[in-house]
Design a protein around this ligand. Sequence first.
Ligand code: PMP
Length: 438
Amino acid sequence: PAAQTNFAHHWMPFTNNRLFRETPQMFARAEGVHYVTPEGDTILDGSSGLFCTPAGHGRREIADAVHAQLMTLDYTPHFQRGAPISFTLAERLAEILPEGLDRVFFASSGSEAVDSAMKICLTYHRARGEGQRSRFVSRNWGYHGVNLGGTSLAGMVNNRREFSGVTCDVVHMRHTWTEEQRYTCGQPETGAELADDLEEICRTFGADTIAGVFVEPIAGSIGTIVPPKGYLERLRAIADKYGLLLIFDEVITGFGRTGSAFAGQEFSVTPDVMTMAKALTNGAVPMSAVATTAKIQDAIFAAAGEADRPELFHGYTYSAHPVACAAALATLDVYRDEKLFDRARDLSPRFLDLIFGLRNLPQVVDLRGYGMMAGIQLAPADKPGLKGSLVQRALFDAGLHVKATGDALIVAPAFVATDGELEQMTDILRRVLGRAEL
Ligand code: PMP
């Protein structure tokens, strides 16, 4: 209906796109792994919304917890006051967080978690008398949200360039996926050489000017790029050698997407700081978190205590929002009771089989996957970047929601999807990507 799609007042992002404005793709309802449009058409959800809903849409347990919390304590400020529920949540998270990462700071979005993590790193170095460590290193093609910190870390050049006047000092390493490798599945045998970029940057810029190195353990937003063997281990070793902090952005990969609770665990590499969001509440309520170590928190608190000032000049109105905490606790219960991280691991071989079965289709040039996340690199278009939108549109019309970024599709179904539903998703992909022209 016209009233729902009147662009006069509602500024949605990324809608200066004829395809969307002429025929907006809207959802009115969702349940399980399905969306329903305002017109009543059912659309399979192939991306868990946006990597948000491993337990499927419309979970009664989460809805009930949110409602009960709203009626008990709907809001409390989080500056020197709070509610017991956020302490309970931090404790519950500590049970599944990687060993040692048991100090948790709450925010509302992935972008907020990223900027909070950056400030924690900077404050830690300052607490240790190394305030000159103010520069970060991240990777080409990485994505870390759109606040100014995350924009600076962004490895997608367009996202960064527009705001170059106000971005922070960040040096970008090569990604495992370089321009030259763009349309090949080929990954270098070993990641050690690639990680040496970090060593080179330390030498060029001076290791003692660098606060930390920020990476997604498996890059998600660009369509699932798995690091080559030894890459993350080598980053860890170089970070330790030069006193940099290693930050894993697990906003996409966290909460079972790879089969482990967190992707770093798949590679047996533990960062110093970790961000998470999205699946923390199964997408139901905005919430994110930063986890760090006692060593980092203690150093920050000790220095602030000596100077008699706040430990961290940072915090949000909605940090540890009680309703978000209730949603997260109910979500963690669902993950535990339904063993959903194990389910992701068990389902992954079938899912990846189906995805890799799409090879040789006219519109597909590369297929990548890990756990319950996959990337489909599309045949290059005349106008790079537009192809993804066109294909996303065609898939929507055929009954499948997937996220497109540039010329890649992201497939990341809920872990509660059945074999049959995964087959339906890949059938639609095969039909659309099998067309010679799009
Ligand atoms: N980091 C990563 C790795 C992400 O994928 C995203 C969002 N896709 C963000 C940060 C930003 O999260 P948000 O959109 O919730 O701010």
